[in-house]
Design a protein around this ligand. Structure first.
Ligand SMILES: [Zn+2]
Length: 296
């Protein structure tokens, strides 16, 4: 990814606005996924009538159960309009909702910028094919980042990385690379997925053999396979190094502030992998590998 000329014309501004708005909507949907998917997976199908899904029942206040009106569902705006409280019972609404919306919107904007959507002018026919490729690539990465935001929050809260998210995005990575949208060959993508899964599988089994305790969940293996499919095998090295270092530092910090109280409570690894992946993507995986002298 090369430095771009940021003189935006009207077309660029329009694309930027559209990307940010779509990002807000995607972020709003992420909130629904984070809130509902773990409950959907844990619900007892026989006892929850009607069953909870991403679409039903309608969004409501968790305290007074009052359904939210359309004007209460506008991303970010509604939160500040309602001064962070439910319109009916004045129960506090968690800031996490609007923060997720802003974060995802920002990510969609970054994707649009990284794939030169803001500086590509469409009208000339020669550029249209290029625009389509760039648009698809940007859309794939935007969706992938949104899924990662969901996965990080779900893992942090529930120590769970649902297959319902990791599996489709693993396949999307493999398909995306095979269609030439991810900037890596399908071979790299396949090897990345396999290397990601197998390396964590190996570590987990070795740990189990030595300590007779489970140290890593299946979800972490599938998440690293997903990253492998999107990035190829080599970037997994700085990714895992960064995630382990930040996870270990966080563990030490928690040990210090909680004075041993929750030392045995496991720390989910997914959020650290995901934060590290975002850092890697923002720095540029190729540049990081070059810096670490892993590629020339
Ligand atoms: Zn309420």
């Amino acid at each position: 990814m090369s430095p771009q000329n940021f003189s935006l014309d009207a077309f660029g501004l329009l694309v930027a606005l559209l990307a940010a708005l779509l990002g807000l909507v995607a972020g709003s949907f992420c909130n629904v996924v984070v809130l509902r998917l773990p409950r959907m997976l844990m619900q007892d199908a026989a006892h929850s009538i009607p069953p909870l899904s991403l679409m039903a029942p309608r969004s409501h206040c968790p305290k007074c159960l009052h359904p939210l009106l359309w004007q209460h569902l506008i991303p970010v705006v509604s939160f500040f309009w309602l001064k962070g409280r439910c319109a009916h019972c004045a129960e506090r609404i968690a800031s996490r909702y609007w923060q997720t919306e802003v974060l995802v919107s920002l990510w969609w904007l970054i994707c649009a910028g990284q794939f030169q959507l803001l500086t590509l002018n469409t009208p000339s026919t020669g550029l249209q094919a290029l625009f389509f490729t760039q648009l698809t690539s940007a859309l794939l990465w935007a969706l992938m980042g949104s899924a990662l935001v969901c996965l990080a929050q779900i893992d942090w809260e529930h120590q769970l990385l649902p297959d319902a998210l990791t599996q489709p995005f693993l396949w999307l990575g493999l398909l995306g690379s095979s269609c030439g949208f991810l900037g890596l060959s399908v071979k790299e993508s396949l090897w990345g997925a396999a290397a990601g899964y197998m390396s964590f599988w190996g570590i987990a089994n070795l740990y189990l053999l030595v300590s007779k305790r489970e140290g890593m969940g299946q979800g972490d293996m599938k998440l690293l396979a997903l990253f492998g499919a999107w990035l190829g095998p080599l970037p997994l090295i700085p990714l895992v190094l960064l995630a382990s270092t930040s996870g270990a530092l966080f563990g030490l910090w928690r040990l210090k502030i909680t004075k041993n109280l929750s030392a045995n409570e496991p720390i989910p690894f997914g959020p650290f992998l995901i934060l590290s992946a975002f850092a890697l993507l923002l720095l540029g995986p190729k540049q990081v590998l070059h810096f670490l002298a892993l590629v020339r």
